[in-house]
Design a protein around this ligand. Structure first.
Ligand SMILES: [Zn+2]
Length: 98
């Protein structure tokens, strides 16, 4: 699987994969919720949430597998939101943001 990220469909900025955390009311530490892709220029973000069926008795292999799967999904979603056409001058033009 390629982890190449397309440029941001809104501003053309560089995007980056990362983990998504949110402050929790139950814990002092932010809670890990899933994998995300975020545009470093405008902040556009996609999140793929990860649910842990194994939360009570951690199985770290399963957890890693779920995180990898979420990461693949969010990258795929980010990249397929953009439909490209080749412009007359040979540049890629963003035709549509789905
Ligand atoms: Zn952007």
């Amino acid at each position: 699987m390629s982890e190449e990220l397309e440029a941001c469909p809104l501003c053309g900025g560089k995007a980056e994969c990362g983990k998504f955390y949110e402050l929790s009311q139950y814990s002092a530490d932010p809670e890990y919720l899933g994998e995300s892709v975020v545009c470093l220029s405008c902040g556009l973000r996609l999140i793929e949430y990860v649910e842990y069926p194994v939360r009570k008795s951690p199985d770290y292999d399963e957890e890693a597998r779920l995180r990898d799967k979420a990461k693949s999904l969010v990258i795929k979603r980010w990249n397929t939101r953009i439909r490209k056409t080749v412009g007359e001058d040979g540049s890629n033009e963003v035709e549509e943001v789905v």
